[in-house]
Design a protein around this ligand. Structure first.
Ligand code: 13P
Length: 247
């Protein structure tokens, strides 16, 4: 199974549902539809209405983040996985570099993953090195730390997906070479096998994925799908990615 996940970040109002509705129509008719899942993570404000709307349709709705505590707490503006699940979210991103840069540490992220799984959300756990790590050849050690400090063997790996997003590639149009990406995704899978002592969960790639760059990635078997930012805000651009991937 492959995954095409659209992360809207700070984008979207109620009527933006039209973008997803057209993607849902495409998906419903696509001859390749049994090979992949489509998931979107709109902002918190739209999760309930979009989840209701797509409940019996094809697109799955998730959250971009969740708070590191169970159920309810006294943290102003915080939203827990329990609350997200109650309004229909099925997935949540955890550890996006945007949120790591705003203070999410490994120990906070561990709690986020733990409580998300406890509340029956599937977790898309994001990892990735920055430009300096890459320049200093620290990519593997950074990724290994990000994975091993947060994920534990006791977590249900069937409800975990990993998204590898090199920070230098997010929104920049810069992408790793296919050789680089093959090596890095193999390394991530090897690390995950060690953590879970069994087959690795799916590993997605994110960073400047569009209808053009996706052509370079489709030969890389280690990659189980994509986490898409900018291009997920346009029906045409998102569909182009799926079309070109299976062409
Ligand atoms: P872009 O596709 O805009 O580079 O964003 C990637 C991303 O951060 C998705 O979470």
């Amino acid at each position: 199974m492959k995954y095409f996940i659209g992360n809207w970040k700070m984008f979207g109002i109620p009527k933006s549902i039209e973008i997803l509705n057209k993607i849902n129509s495409f998906y419903s008719k696509d001859k390749n539809r049994n090979k992949y899942k489509v998931i979107f993570t709109p902002p918190y404000t739209l999760i309930e209405s979009y989840s209701k709307y797509f409940k019996k349709k094809k697109i799955n709705i998730g959250s971009q983040n969740c708070y590191q505590k169970d159920q309810f707490s006294s943290n102003t503006a915080a939203i827990s996985s329990y609350m997200l699940r109650s309004v229909g979210a099925k997935y949540t991103l955890v550890g996006h570099s945007d949120n790591r840069s705003e203070g999410d540490t490994d120990s906070i992220l561990k709690n986020k993953v733990y409580f998300a799984l406890k509340n029956n959300l599937k977790v898309v756990f994001c990892v990735g090195e920055n430009k300096t790590h890459k320049k200093n050849k620290k990519t593997f050690s950074v990724l290994k730390k990000q994975l091993t400090k947060v994920l534990e063997r006791k977590f249900n790996k069937n409800n975990i997906i990993i998204a590898y997003e090199p920070i230098w590639s997010i929104g920049t149009g810069k992408i790793p070479s296919s050789q680089e990406l093959t090596r890095t995704s193999s390394f991530i899978k090897k690390t995950l096998k060690n953590i879970f002592r069994s087959k690795s969960p799916p590993v997605l790639y994110g960073g400047s994925v569009d209808g053009n760059s996706v052509k370079l990635f489709k030969k890389i078997n280690e990659i189980d799908g994509f986490l898409i930012g900018g291009a997920s805000k346009s029906t045409k651009k998102f569909i182009d990615i799926i079309r070109n991937y299976y062409r």
